[in-house]
Design a protein around this ligand. Structure first.
Ligand code: HEM
Length: 554
């Protein structure tokens, strides 16, 4: 027997319509097996299921509001790192940028992907980048720099330590060191370093002249690395590594590269299995021991006043070892390692890419040479010339746009928050500011985004946050002005002295990949064949060049 609630009706018929008016519900008793009962039962069940379904759909919709869309991996890749490697044949550093440009809707500008086992947010939209960089931890905002949960976190303490580059925002030593080191990297501080920079570039020019006289082609990247390492070593700690004078490489750059090689090898393995990579770990620790031993000795000598700054002003070591600096000896070592790390390969990669673009674009090179002739002539380049070299500035910016040495950098949501007034972020979600995607986005830069066009800089960037090679905010590059000054001095001195051509046929060196001009590199048009090293932390293109003396010299 079933008891069902039923709402009987009173029916009224008018000439044009029929109304059914509900009366107060009554209890209707039905006997099992009757037709009425089966129909009522089915109706009640159907209604229940429909109501549940409606509730579930409503809840799903509510949860979905603000959920960041997951990035669809390209066909044939079954996990994100594999996709990033596949899209970054030249260097994995550009893999995420290419993925975003392919897979993230420009009208949304944000996507999520599981990288190294962490749900990571990738940004393509300059407005969202602006919000993340502006609402930083130091300004009381929700975003900051931290490697929590990333494989880099564990490796940093074992290798370069927590100098400025690798320190977390919450690390009190970052603020102390940042305050001390801001002064030497201010505009005035850099002007003091110009004579030291010029000396190192002269050593580069002399070494290149030797190669030219021997009729040999030169891999410019290798020579620029030596020059940039010497420059930062002399400017920061008054101690050269003699890269140009000695036939044997100095143990520091050798150990440095061994550490990087080990780090790259470990990135290919899940962190849980690192303890099984005994040989790689041993090699890494051995190389770290060599680096630390050399830097500790340099610090000791300065502490004991056996050495002094190379320039007129106190250098980084003087400032960090000064009484009351509050930095431990170990932290001073990490800072020096950080400056050597962040300060040489980055600039060398940028300069090497500039040479590739100049050799590929003779029209641009001719305009640049004419500007140098007009502003500097054939004499020594001075700091005041540098601000007058507008076209050179455009060429450097365009190079850093197309081949940014730092392809991306990470920030993190320090608490649950909403990005762009819409996107829900959970505490400790990593956010990648994808420089490559920002710089190459045709939505922002136009249809010729992939082409080398220095003239586009006459108007400035299309959005204040669409060009971010050095980042922005408190964790932006402290060495930006240093690097730009160094790059400009190198460009002037090289173009005053030499013309450069690429040999007709050449092959990539072991460990590097050759990208043919005819082969389309997604999102970047190089114009000529160029080589990339997947093992480089900072990305840059390289070519061998044949040098000739410029006639007449400018
Ligand atoms: C073309 C050359 C360079 C590029 C593209 C570059 C790029 C960057 C970027 C993107 C960051 C921010 C990284 C992040 O937020 O995780 C950074 C930070 C940093 N850079 Fe550079 N950099 C260059 C040259 C240099 C030079 C020459 C030096 C040293 C003289 C230097 C020292 C540093 C340091 C110490 C930091 C960490 C700053 C902090 O967090 O307090 N960089 N760089």
């Amino acid at each position: 027997m079933q008891i069902l609630a039923q709402a009987p009706t009173t029916t009224t018929t008018l000439p044009f319509a029929t109304f059914s008016v509900l009366r107060r519900p009554q209890l209707v008793v039905t006997m099992p097996g009757s037709k009425t009962e089966t129909l009522a039962l089915a109706g009640a069940l159907g209604g229940g299921v429909a109501a549940l379904l409606l509730l579930w759909i409503q809840k799903r919709r509510k949860d979905d509001v603000g959920a960041i869309p997951a990035i669809k991996l390209p066909a044939g890749s079954w996990f994100s790192i594999q996709a990033l490697f596949k899209l970054g044949k030249d260097n994995i550093g550009y893999g995420s940028g290419r993925l975003i440009l392919q897979a993230v809707d420009p009208s949304i500008g944000i996507g999520s992907l599981v990288i190294f086992g962490q749900k990571t947010i990738l940004l393509r939209d300059p407005e969202l980048v602006q919000e993340v960089l502006q609402k930083n931890h130091q300004a009381g905002g929700d975003y900051g720099k931290s490697f929590k949960g990333s494989p880099l976190d564990g490796l940093t303490d074992k290798t370069f330590g927590r100098g400025l580059f690798f320190a977390e925002d919450q690390d009190p030593q970052w603020a102390v060191a940042h305050k001390i080191l801001t002064r030497p990297f201010s505009h005035r501080g850099i002007l003091n370093m110009v004579p030291l920079m010029c000396e190192q570039v002269d050593c580069l020019v002399a070494a290149l002249e030797c190669k030219m006289r021997a009729g040999e082609s030169v891999h410019m990247y290798d020579y620029l690395v030596k020059m940039a390492l010497e420059t930062i070593a002399v400017c920061s700690m008054g101690t050269p590594f003699d890269s140009f004078n000695s036939t044997e490489p100095h143990p520091f750059p050798v150990a440095f590269q061994a550490v990087l090689d080990a780090m790259f090898a470990l990135f290919n393995v899940p962190t849980q299995l690192w303890s099984c990579c005994v040989l790689t770990m041993w090699r890494m620790q051995k190389a770290v021991g060599v680096m630390n031993g050399l830097i500790d000795e340099i610090i000791r000598k300065r502490f004991d006043k056996e050495t002094s700054s190379s320039g007129k002003a106190p250098d980084l070591l003087d400032l960090m070892l000064a009484e009351g600096s509050k930095l431990s000896r170990e932290n001073v070592r990490s800072q020096i390692l950080t400056f050597l790390f962040a300060g040489h390969d980055s600039t060398a990669a940028a300069m090497s890419s500039l040479i590739v673009f100049l050799v590929a674009n003779p029209r641009v090179e001719a305009r640049l040479v004419a500007e140098i002739q007009q502003v500097v002539g054939s004499g020594e380049v001075q700091a005041h010339h540098v601000s007058e070299l507008t076209y050179l500035d455009w060429c450097l910016k365009e190079t850093l746009r197309l081949l940014p040495p730092a392809g991306s950098y990470q920030r993190m949501a320090f608490q649950d928050t909403i990005l762009g007034g819409k996107w829900k972020l959970k505490q400790y979600t990593p956010i990648w500011v994808d420089v490559f995607a920002l710089h190459m986005d045709p939505e922002t830069w136009g249809a010729d985004a992939a082409c080398f066009v220095p003239e586009r800089w006459e108007k400035g960037p299309p959005h204040a946050y669409s060009y971010m090679p050095f980042a922005s905010g408190p964790r932006s590059c402290i060495g930006k002005e240093f690097s730009i000054m160094e790059q400009k001095i190198v460009a002037v001195k090289l173009l005053q002295r030499f013309t450069m051509h690429s040999p007709t046929a050449w092959t990539a060196r072991t460990g590097s990949v050759l990208i043919k001009a005819s082969e389309s590199l997604p999102h970047t048009i190089l114009g000529i064949d160029a080589e990339f090293s997947p093992q480089q932390f900072f990305v840059g293109a390289s070519i061998p060049v044949l040098l000739q003396l410029r006639d007449p010299p400018c």
